[in-house]
Design a protein around this ligand. Structure first.
Ligand code: HAM
Length: 408
């Protein structure tokens, strides 16, 4: 778990604001689910996945309730849907931290942030396209260029079940060729063996049955419609039949946004898909769902690698330098701030030199200087810090109007 300090924290806020902008314009409203839920809410995320079996931060609270810090937010959104029964289609977005007890490394943390969207109660495959397009557009708008879209369809539950049986039979009959890690995965969830990136597993995996051979009519039609929709929007994609995703609730469309600059174990910037049974599993009516989450920590690493969406320089309007030791700096910064300017000042009655250094460091456009002459004349010196220009001495009553003028 990490501390996010300024100025990086400002970039985080900008990231979320930017996401809010894009998805709000597409009709999504914000949901703020709690960090903590009854552990049962998360069981459906994947009883056969590490996220649920090994990585949850769970404990029994003072009321003897078994609770967990959320490892993701899709299950919470579905729980909220069941609880509040909003009109459908229910389009929501979220941001915030999630917790998984993973082995930390670059791009993988125990507390990490996501932004995401979910739509509940609409079956249309073109909605899958809208969802994917929003994620794609968001990542592009950060300036990222080395991002790929991988897509697959896991079929309907019956297709998927038949595929899992065939997959299990294939891996069982080739068990000697699998690594011990993959053998252990096979016992829990044959689908997840497809995730293995260990070179020794590659050939058995490449000979495995393909999910597309198990697609029924619904899955075939829906997947074709999704791919056609992506083509219509000019969004490039790669069909990856091995893309099963790390959570159990998916059916039909699954997808990942893959970062081109990151290590392959952590290169998914975001992912999502359809999860038509999840609301029902949580005690609600049969309701379809589709969405994605994008990892903020990891996406910012990709931005650093590509040199885009940089930390912004601080851009204060003014820094007040007061060498009189009185209350001028206090009063002037307050005046500026209440009139809509951003302003800062130095403290502890430092020397002129030290205060000017602080003014430079602050990134302010202007220093507003008050020495004993200005104090007695009721004036201030306005000195440009970031552009060439002469300093001017002006009356205090002109300060606000002059600043407004030079700013526009
Ligand atoms: P996920 O693939 O588990 O999906 O996570 C989505 C993204 O969160 C990942 O692609 C990654 O960027 C980020 N992420 C996950 N774990 C970590 C970690 N330990 N450290 C840093 N970043 C991480 C979900 O969470 C689903 N709820 C997505 C979804 C929404 N599906 C449907 N709707």
């Amino acid at each position: 778990m990490r501390d996010i300090l300024p100025p990086e924290s400002a970039r985080w806020r900008r990231f979320v604001r930017h996401f809010d902008d894009i998805v709000s314009r597409a009709g999504y409203g914000q949901i703020v689910p709690p960090l903590l839920e009854d552990i049962g809410v998360f069981h459906r995320v994947g009883e056969a996945t590490d996220i649920v079996t090994k990585e949850m931060y769970d404990f029994v609270d003072k009321g003897e309730r078994h609770v967990a810090l959320r490892p993701e937010q899709t299950a919470s959104v579905c729980r909220a849907f069941v609880q509040h029964r909003p009109a459908t289609p229910w389009k929501v977005w979220y941001s915030g931290p999630n917790f998984r007890y993973e082995k930390p490394q670059r791009g993988r943390y125990r507390q990490f942030d996501q932004v995401g969207i979910e739509v509940l109660g609409a079956d249309d495959p073109l909605l899958d396209v809208e969802v994917i397009a929003l994620g794609w557009r968001f990542l592009s708008s950060l300036g990222l260029r080395k991002v790929g879209l991988s897509i697959n369809s896991l079929g309907e539950p019956a297709d998927r079940a038949a595929f899992v049986v065939a997959l299990e039979a294939h891996f069982q009959s080739n068990i000697d060729r699998l690594t011990p890690e993959s053998r252990a995965t096979l016992l829990k969830n044959p689908l997840r063996v497809l995730d293995s990136k260990r070179p020794e597993d590659v050939s058995v995996i490449s000979e495995a049955p393909r999910i597309s051979d198990f697609h029924g009519e619904v899955a075939r039609d829906s997947f074709a419609a999704v791919l056609d929709g992506l083509r219509a929007l000019g969004i490039p994609f790669v069909v990856d039949e091995k893309l099963v995703r790390g959570l159990d609730y998916y059916r039909l469309t699954t997808f990942e946004f893959v970062g081109g600059t990151l290590d392959s174990a952590q290169n998914a910037l975001g992912g999502g898909g359809r999860y038509d049974g999840l609301v029902e599993d949580l005690g609600g009516p049969a309701t379809s769902g589709v969405g994605f989450a994008i990892g903020l920590d990891r996406t910012l690493l990709a931005c650093d690698d590509e040199g885009v969406f940089p930390v912004e320089e601080r851009n204060l309007d003014a820094f007040v330098v007061d060498t009189t030791g009185g209350t001028h700096a206090l009063v002037l910064t307050e005046l500026l701030r209440t009139n809509g300017f951003s302003a800062d000042r130095a403290y502890e009655n430092r020397s002129m030199k030290s205060q000017m250094k602080a003014a430079d460091r602050s990134g302010a456009r202007y220093a507003i200087i008050v020495g004993s002459d200005e104090a007695s004349a009721g004036t201030v010196v306005l000195r440009p810090l970031r552009e060439v220009g002469e300093q001017t001495t002006i009356g205090r009553e002109e300060l606000l109007s002059t600043l407004k003028k030079v700013q526009s």
